[in-house]
Design a protein around this ligand. Structure first.
Ligand SMILES: Cc1cc2nc3c(=O)[nH]c(=O)nc-3n(C[C@H](O)[C@H](O)[C@H](O)COP(=O)(O)O)c2cc1C
Ligand SMILES: O=C(O)C(=O)c1ccccc1
Length: 384
């Protein structure tokens, strides 16, 4: 039971051991940013434009309130969910984060993210932009649930190679991110000249790839690697590309960045297996609504046809519960686990994930929604 983490923490304190990692998100962010090297601070914390959409993502959760129900106490809760043939013990995932690899001092952050995922039973979604090859990251936790996020390169052979490598390495689903074929306008990064990939960071999945190696030629200098990456990264995907993307694999495909009901419906009509509703944590386009505001429309369009993963702005266990009540099948977190890993290593990330699981579990318990099936839109009231 996830709520048992609470007892563990109190008992630890009785034994004289106070928790080593923060509970409060603002404190976590502040401490993690201080711990990160300056060139990563703006990149991880920042977003598009004046970041109104990014702030709105987190603020939107306060617009909805969970209505407590009584006489429904249940000592055993069930937060498990079946996703693409695997039963997960909680409806939480780690979102793909392209600079995770360089967020730990040893520059193996993707491996450590995978380790934290394995320790908590939460699937790890590995980004295309890793600091270690996807095979090495997978090998850190062979039994852990893992998905691979594809930034579809312009070179179709390279795309096919990345997908088949992911499948061979044990990744179980492909998340195709659609909202990043062009980088968003990010004033904080622009002002500090930060774009880690342009400095050759987190390109290990490219440099380890035989097709990319053909593109660069043998023993490329760092400039050639970066310019070859720039040449193939930004692929303006349209609906015309979806049949080809579908043909790349029999693994489940989710499309990430979908916020409009029509896009969700058409993607399912054209053979994708899951919808990932997200606005990239407000990093790509400013001036939009909060991702949470788009979730109900996507849920209505998708119905029972496919699972829906949601991210952008989830900061607390109560946020997780609200997104589930709105109809998300599972919820992913981005910055919260990145900060926790940067600040406290694998134990810090494990604490962060267990805290979210415990808070979600206890919120469901206290409010009388003991299983995910009990969490329907009826559990929520719009407050403003
Ligand atoms: C530093 C950073 C790097 C990211 N890199 C990727 C990426 O490589 N691929 C991707 O699909 N999404 C990427 N995202 C977006 C996340 O997958 C996710 O949508 C977002 O972080 C969710 O919002 P949250 O940070 O508010 O939880 C990145 C997010 C951050 C913060
Ligand atoms: O930083 C990001 O969110 C991201 O995923 C990305 C990666 C490469 C180019 C632009 C954005």
């Amino acid at each position: 039971m996830y709520g048992d983490y609470q007892i563990e923490l109190y008992l630890g304190a009785l034994g004289g051991v106070l928790p080593a990692h923060p509970f409060d998100y603002a404190e976590l962010e502040r401490s993690a940013l201080a711990a990160l090297p300056p060139e990563l601070r703006t990149y991880v914390a920042g977003g598009a434009g004046d970041e109104a959409t990014q702030r709105g993502n987190a603020a939107a959760f306060a617009d909805h309130g969970l209505v407590p129900r009584m006489f429904r106490a249940q000592a055993e809760r069930d937060l498990s969910v079946e996703l693409f043939g695997r039963r997960l013990q909680s409806p939480l995932l780690l979102a793909p984060v392209g600079v995770l690899g360089i967020c730990t001092p040893d520059q193996h952050g993707d491996v450590h993210g995978m380790e934290a995922a394995a320790a908590t039973g939460v699937p790890f979604i590995g980004s295309t932009l890793m600091s270690d090859p996807l095979e090495d990251v997978a090998a850190a936790a062979p039994d852990a649930a893992k998905w691979f996020q594809l930034y579809t390169p312009k070179n179709r052979e390279l795309a096919a190679s990345l997908v088949s490598r992911a499948e061979a390495a044990g990744y179980e689903a492909i998340v195709i991110t659609l909202d990043t074929w062009v980088p968003g306008w990010r004033p904080r990064d622009l002002a500090s000249g930060n774009f880690p990939q342009l400095r050759g960071k987190c390109l290990a999945n490219y440099t380890s790839d035989p097709i990319f190696q053909e593109m660069t030629g043998p023993d490329p200098d760092p400039g050639t690697v970066v310019m070859t990456w720039v040449g193939t990264f930004g692929n303006p995907i349209t609906w015309d590309d979806l049949p080809w993307l579908r043909s790349l694999t029999t693994m489940p495909i989710l499309v990430k960045g979908v916020c409009h009901p029509d896009d969700a419906r058409r993607a399912l009509d054209e053979g994708v297996d899951g919808i990932y509703c997200s606005n990239h944590g407000g990093r790509q386009a400013n001036g939009g609504g909060a991702a949470l505001d788009w979730l109900p429309g996507v849920v209505e369009a998708v119905g029972d046809r496919a699972p829906i993963v949601f991210d952008s702005g989830v900061r607390t266990g109560a946020d997780v519960v609200k997104a589930l009540a709105m109809g998300a099948t599972a919820v992913a977190i981005g910055r919260p686990y990145v900060y926790a890993l940067a600040l406290g290593g694998v134990p810090g990330a494990v604490h962060q994930i267990r805290s979210l699981q415990a808070e979600a579990d206890l919120t469901m318990a206290v409010d009388g929604y003991p299983t995910l099936a009990d969490l329907t839109p009826d559990a929520l009231r719009r407050l403003r």
